[in-house]
Design a protein around this ligand. Structure first.
Ligand code: PLP
Length: 451
């Protein structure tokens, strides 16, 4: 079978996510036959280094032998059972593990089956908590500009990236938007920490004015991933935790993208020494194998729902595949790898290697920023380095980098003008060099005047 056969069949029946399908009149879909480690292979034997972990989910490579084995073993005994009235060992064991590795106080686990659903759960739980505790006026949420929390209507309501939400505005909840602490926007002589502190004033003000009607503040710790990998200093989270306590507002940490080591620590919240009231987890949770998500929360919040049935305080939310046993088994295998291979410690060297591999780009006339937090590194293409003027989005320069990188056997998937690396943790230094060189060459080509 050739790529072309698959492509023809694909285009006659599939509608791909986050895609203008007309692009595929000239931009070939790439059908993948198999994956092994960081490598994907198409039907004609072309290989692609998965530098973006297949949309940020894969942690330890495709067809990972340990995760495969755990999955196969689980399939022998139980694939799935409803989680209402019933339970199973992988769901229990995973909840125990998550409670032990997440920040103190997150002692309850509510499962869902994808990231957006986890965000919906956290929003509904927070709203419902205030209903249950006699504060029905709390109906609103505070979010950051440039934020992204998923694609369902509730999650879109607390997201700010126009590209994904603007069309649907009439359908969305009314939320309060606070300017992001995004450090790309800082003045040249201001440090990340100073800038993040300065930007916190806006949050303080929003809380002061709206606390009485606010359920929660929702944030992505340290990196606004879908928002072009914009980053900020942990001090913002420390200040936010303190302010949420002072104003008695919940804090939702959406660690769906940044959790499980992406920021250099197991969870981004750790770098600020904070415990949120809700932590949303998905993506890397199963090592990139199966859709599963979890919302971690406190015993105090849990207890606000715990009552006699007739009092109607229960959280009657469910998804059919909640806490799927196969998903939980892959998550347990993933956590075993973190422990056994001292992944967080060993990633430090990989992160350093990523930084040095793109060192030359600091002086590139069309790279306005080289930023990194742990295992995420982003490069911002600009038309004018001094003023950091962005290329018009219509020019689709990122797409040119994508196309060039594919020819170099690297899968990059730029976000507009931003090229980034978020590789699986099993990547080798040589593979990092390959990935970096594809990006460097791609940026060179894409930023030529008439590219
Ligand atoms: C991807 C993502 C989501 C949504 O998760 P899905 O599984 O794609 O629904 C939510 N929040 C953040 C921060 C994400 O990166």
């Amino acid at each position: 079978m050739k790529n072309a056969d698959l492509i023809n069949r694909d285009l006659s029946v599939l509608w791909h996510p986050c895609t203008q399908m007309k692009d595929h009149e000239w931009l070939p879909i790439i059908p993948i036959r198999n994956g092994k480690g960081v490598w994907l292979e198409d039907f004609e034997g072309h290989r692609y280094l998965d530098a973006i972990s297949s949309w940020w989910v894969n942690l330890f490579g495709h067809a990972n032998p340990d995760i495969n084995q755990a999955l196969a073993r689980q399939m022998e005994s139980l694939e799935h059972v409803l989680l209402a009235g019933f339970s199973h060992e992988p769901a229990i064991a995973l909840a125990e593990r998550l409670v032990s590795i997440t920040p103190d106080g997150l002692d309850r686990v509510f499962y869902a089956d994808n990231g957006s659903s986890a965000v919906e759960v956290a929003l509904k739980m927070s709203f419902h908590y205030w209903q249950n505790t006699g504060q029905p006026k709390r109906t609103r949420f505070i979010k950051l500009s440039n934020s992204y929390h998923g694609e369902t209507l509730g999650a879109m309501s607390v997201s700010s990236v126009d590209l994904y939400t603007k069309t649907y505005k009439p359908l969305l909840m009314d939320t309060i938007t606070v300017p992001s602490p995004d450090c790309y926007e800082r003045e040249p002589d201001v440090s990340w920490e100073e800038h993040s502190r300065l930007m916190f004033q806006h949050m303080e003000q929003a809380l002061q004015q709206n606390a009485g009607e606010t359920c929660a503040v929702i944030i992505e710790p340290l990196i606004q991933c879908a928002g072009s990998m914009r980053m900020y200093h942990p001090i913002y989270l420390t200040l936010l935790r303190d302010a949420c306590d002072r104003y008695n507002v919940h804090l939702i940490a959406d660690e769906i993208a940044v959790g499980f080591g992406r920021t250099g620590t197991l969870f981004g919240s750790e770098q600020a020494g904070i415990s949120p009231d809700y932590m949303c987890l998905s993506k890397g949770l199963t090592g990139g194998y199966l859709p599963l998500s979890a919302v971690m929360t406190t015993e105090e919040i849990y207890n606000a729902f715990y009552d006699d049935y007739e009092n109607m305080r229960a959280f009657l939310h469910s998804h059919s595949y909640t806490g799927n046993a196969l998903g939980c088994s892959t998550a347990l295998a993933t956590l075993d790898i973190f422990e056994r291979d001292k992944v967080i410690e060993n990633n430090v060297a990989l992160a350093t290697h990523m930084a040095s591999a793109v060192e030359s780009l600091h002086d590139h006339p069309h790279v306005g920023d080289v930023r990194q937090t742990g295992m995420v590194l982003a490069l911002e293409m600009v038309s004018d380095k001094r003023t950091r003027t962005a290329y018009p989005w219509q020019e689709r320069r990122g797409l040119k980098v994508y196309q060039h990188a594919l020819k170099q056997s690297v899968l990059l998937r730029p976000l507009g003008n931003v090229i980034y690396f978020m590789p699986p943790y099993i990547i080798t230094p040589d593979e990092i060099d390959l990935m970096a060189n594809a990006a460097i060459e791609g940026i060179d080509l894409a930023t030529r005047p008439h590219a």
